[in-house]
Design a binder for this molecule. Structure first.
Ligand code: COA
Length: 352
């Protein structure tokens, strides 16, 4: 049976570095607090009005296409994962097609949400399409421009300090080389805690899920509109909501579980992993998971210190940098795993 390989990988981060100390000029936070709780030292912010989630995704995609040794016109399917799209609709997939200058219409463009696990979900989708023979060159992009949607007042500090902008992309192709490529992918979801890591307003929910008991919004029905309302502005509701400790506690359980599930499926153990690329949620989460798995530092890729959490872009950026640094070599067993909003989580094992 044909397999799916990563034929090319690229990443892009904006030039502007925003340090923890710079953030402490806008909000009540400190370099020490951020470093101690998250490991983050700095993040990148894109240039407002000049760059977008799609333009960053395009920059990463160009590199991936070139490294795959193909032409942009060879791409027959696009998968775009983001939680910070250029438009509410249409999605970034068609915008990426346009930015790349792909003029043919014999191409599909799929937009997926899935937030922090968007890249792993996208990889699994692409793998199925390649294995069935439907597509030959799938471009998978994860990109985020968080800086446009964060709350820079004290109210937003717990969320804002964590997130950064950037993009990563891969080109996926069929391979008939025995044992090469994506060995297995595992996807999970549990909507019980949907609002615990969410952008609640604006939206079409009409307050439906937001009773006083759970969220303390006495006039929740005023919060639900697909358009921005004065009430949302007055109440400073146009920012992500995150119950940090619940996210942390759930993540450190789900990461090892879903990695073990993947290893069991193909008959490997943690000792067989050569390179582990966790979603860059929080350095403490990654270190916790590393300890449970018993992996040495040399096998674990962490770059959250430089970029913060870039959600759907975090795994492809980290994988891209690791590959560029020569840390991912042919024949290596690469393990990817993610957890985030939804909650959704997943893992993938790839023989490089
Ligand atoms: N700077 C300074 N103080 C801050 C702060 C900031 N940026 N953000 C929150 N605080 C304060 C809180 O107000 C609280 O103050 P109080 O004790 O006076 O009430 C104190 O720090 C502790 O807050 P708490 O939320 O208990 O901290 P924590 O140890 O749980 O760390 C997170 C907060 C967000 C760093 C942590 O919960 C986390 O990383 N969770 C996972 C988040 C994540 O990974 N999200 C992405 C998922 S993909």
């Amino acid at each position: 049976m044909v397999g799916t390989k990563i034929a090319g990988i690229g990443c892009y981060v904006p030039d502007r570095i925003v340090t923890n100390s710079e953030l402490s000029q806008f909000m009540d936070t400190t370099d020490e607090w951020i470093k101690e709780r998250t490991g983050i030292e700095e993040r990148r912010y894109a240039v407002k009005h000049e760059q977008t989630t799609t333009t960053m995704g395009t920059a990463a995609a160009r590199i991936a296409i070139e490294r795959a040794g193909i032409n942009k016109e060879d791409i027959d399917f696009i998968i775009f994962a983001t939680l910070s799209p250029d438009y509410y609709f249409p999605g970034c997939g068609v915008l990426l097609q346009r930015e790349l200058g792909i003029t043919k219409t014999e191409i599909g463009a799929l937009d997926i949400r899935n937030q922090c696990s968007g890249f792993v979900y996208g990889l699994s989708i692409a793998d199925q399409f390649i294995k069935t023979g439907m597509y030959k060159n799938i471009l998978l992009v994860g990109a985020e421009m968080h800086s446009m949607g964060l709350d820079f007042s004290d109210d937003g500090r717990a969320v804002t300090v964590i997130f950064g902008d950037g993009a990563g992309a891969v080109v996926l192709q069929p391979t008939d080389k025995d044992g090469q490529g994506i060995l297995t992918t595992h996807l999970h979801a549990d909507g019980t805690h949907a609002e615990e890591l969410a952008m609640i307003s604006p939206g079409s929910h009409g307050g439906h899920y937001l009773g006083k008991e759970k969220f303390g919004f006495p006039d929740a029905n005023k919060l639900g509109s697909i358009f921005v309302t004065q009430k949302m502005l007055d109440d400073n509701l146009l920012a992500p909501n995150m119950t940090g400790q619940l996210v942390f506690k759930t993540a450190v359980v789900k990461f090892p579980q879903v990695i073990k599930e993947a290893l069991d499926k193909v008959g490997y153990t943690t000792q067989d992993i050569d390179v582990f690329v966790p979603h860059q949620a929080n350095l403490r989460i990654s270190q916790f998971v590393q300890k449970i798995l018993g992996l040495p530092d040399s096998k674990v890729i962490n770059n959250i210190q430089k970029y913060g959490n870039t959600t759907a872009a975090s795994i492809p950026i980290a994988l891209c940098e690791a590959w560029e640094d020569g840390k991912v070599k042919e024949g290596d067993l690469v393990c990817l795993a993610a957890f985030g909003s939804g909650f959704t989580w997943g893992s993938a094992l790839i023989r490089w």
